[in-house]
Design a protein around this ligand. Structure first.
Ligand SMILES: C=CC1=C(C)c2cc3[nH]c(cc4nc(cc5[nH]c(cc1n2)c(C)c5CCC(=O)O)C(CCC(=O)O)=C4C)c(C)c3C=C
Ligand SMILES: [Fe+2]
Length: 439
């Protein structure tokens, strides 16, 4: 983990003077004025303390930024592209996300995919430090800093078939089982290559998506794309976990990088039964989960709280004192005065808890979506559920199996799309994401 508040240019990052092809006379950093004045958030392990510090800093008032000699706002903040793990896993969630999956064109082999990954990695390394794209620059984000841009690449099962790399396909990529009540649209799930593009500015995220898409032309075609959002840093008086569209504080009981066993839950270990190329990588489960918001909002708040097992106002577990706070430990045995369970038997946090699922754990990093209305007038809105884990067979699958049968929240949800991707480790300086597989 690397953090810096001074002129923080990643070693090996392209020169600030470069003028990109197709962008005569423009550099994004020249327009920033205080180029490189942001924070660098590395993607290495053991990141908790530094992440917390970075979050506070990013939410500091503009005046404080000025005193530190940096530009105000979110623009200069950076997430390092290179590192042990890819960006977009350990860094604080950005306010905006673009998710997309691509399918390889017929006849594109290993060399074609390698060339695309090299091209994508080279470009994202530039964008992550506020440089313009080296090709297909479209000026969408010309006057913005990197805004914590974090791009994460994943490989779907089809990539291994199409490139003749079936021997290297991780066992953890076996298709997820069908769960009761799944209503999945295959056209909006899976795909050979996946990208998650997070940024604290919508234009920065879309800029990256457009450039990556154009670079892929002839090699891979866009299969599906979705936009998501979360809390914008600075929106709340004090930093807190964000809310989802049901109004719940969501993400509180995630594994934390400073806790024992975090890496084993989230990252693939060398020699742990997955192929060597994936060591330091992860698996990502994606689910587009629509929320039946009209039904949900008709429920009184105390009943909503019993569905989750936590208070809505502060996110604290039910049964804890009024001032307990979001991080109060969950006591699943706590009883109310009448002897009933404080956290009901079908409450989401009880059914999803690692203790109820053989220790199954994952790092949830979802984003909300709101895409207008469906034909029946209900909102097409919900959660782009994203969870990183060391192995979905012992992480997502047992938990979702249990949730789909006994979770009080399930009756307000519809799973509409699904994807499973192997997430390679981070790229070393000068390298590219996926090189442990393709070189
Ligand atoms: C299969 C895994 C999970 C799915 C799918 C899922 C969907 C989902 N969850 C919420 C809202 C909340 N989830 C919360 C906790 C929580 N959820 C899961 C797993 C899945 N959720 C786990 C493992 C946990 C942690 C359980 C624990 O050990 O305490 C919470 C509580 C706050 C928190 O800890 O994050 C909320 C709120 C929604 C809305 C949703 C689908 C749309
Ligand atoms: Fe959940």
């Amino acid at each position: 983990m690397e953090t810096s508040t001074d002129s923080a240019v990643e070693p090996g990052a392209p020169s600030t003077d470069s003028t990109p092809a197709g962008t005569p006379g423009f550099t994004r950093r020249a327009l920033l004025g205080t180029a490189g004045a942001g924070l660098v958030i590395g993607a290495g392990a053991g990141a908790a303390t530094a992440l917390a510090v970075e979050r506070r800093d990013r939410r500091a008032p503009a005046g404080a930024d000025h005193q530190a000699g940096t530009a105000p706002g979110l623009g200069p903040a950076r997430v390092a592209f290179h590192g042990e793990h890819q960006a977009g896993i350990l860094d604080p969630q950005q306010a905006r996300v673009q998710l997309a999956a691509f399918d390889l064109a017929g006849g594109v082999g290993r060399d074609g995919v390698r060339a695309l990954l090299q091209r994508w990695s080279r470009t994202v390394a530039r964008l992550a430090v506020g440089e313009p794209a080296d090709e297909f620059e479209n000026q969408i984000a010309l006057d913005a800093g990197p805004c914590s841009l974090a791009v994460t690449f994943g490989f779907g099962a089809g990539l291994f078939e199409k490139t003749g790399l079936t021997e290297q396909r991780p066992a953890g990529l076996e298709p997820l089982p069908a769960f009761p009540a799944d209503a999945l649209d295959p056209a909006r799930g899976d795909g050979d290559l996946f990208v998650q593009i997070g940024a604290d500015d919508a234009l920065v995220a879309v800029h990256a998506l457009r450039v990556l898409q154009r670079q892929a032309a002839g090699t891979a075609a866009l299969r599906w794309q979705m936009s998501g959002f979360g809390r914008t840093p600075g929106a709340t008086a004090t930093p807190m976990t964000g809310r989802n569209l049901m109004g719940q504080v969501d993400g509180t009981n995630n594994p934390r990088p400073d806790e024992e066993g975090f890496a084993a839950k989230v990252f693939v270990a060398a020699g742990g039964g997955q192929p060597a190329w994936l060591a330091g990588g992860s698996f990502l489960v994606f689910r587009r989960i629509r929320m039946l918001l009209d039904s949900w909002e008709a429920l009184p708040v105390d009943r909503q709280e019993r569905v989750i097992g936590r208070r809505k106002a502060d996110g604290a577990p039910l049964g804890t004192p009024a001032d307990a706070g979001e991080r109060a430990p969950v006591d699943l045995n706590a009883r109310l005065a009448d002897g009933s369970l404080a956290v009901p038997a079908d409450a989401h946090i009880r059914v999803a808890a690692p203790a109820a699922n053989g220790g199954a754990a994952m790092l949830r990093r979802g984003f909300s979506y709101h895409d207008g209305l469906l034909g029946d007038g209900s909102p097409d809105a919900g959660l782009l559920f994203l969870a990183f884990q060391a192995d979905p067979r012992t992480g997502f699958t047992p938990v979702q199996r249990k949730l789909s049968r006994g979770d009080g929240l399930s009756r307000f949800l519809r799973h509409e799309a699904s994807g499973l991707y192997a997430v390679p480790p981070g790229a070393p300086q000068g390298g590219y994401v996926g090189q442990t597989l393709f070189d």
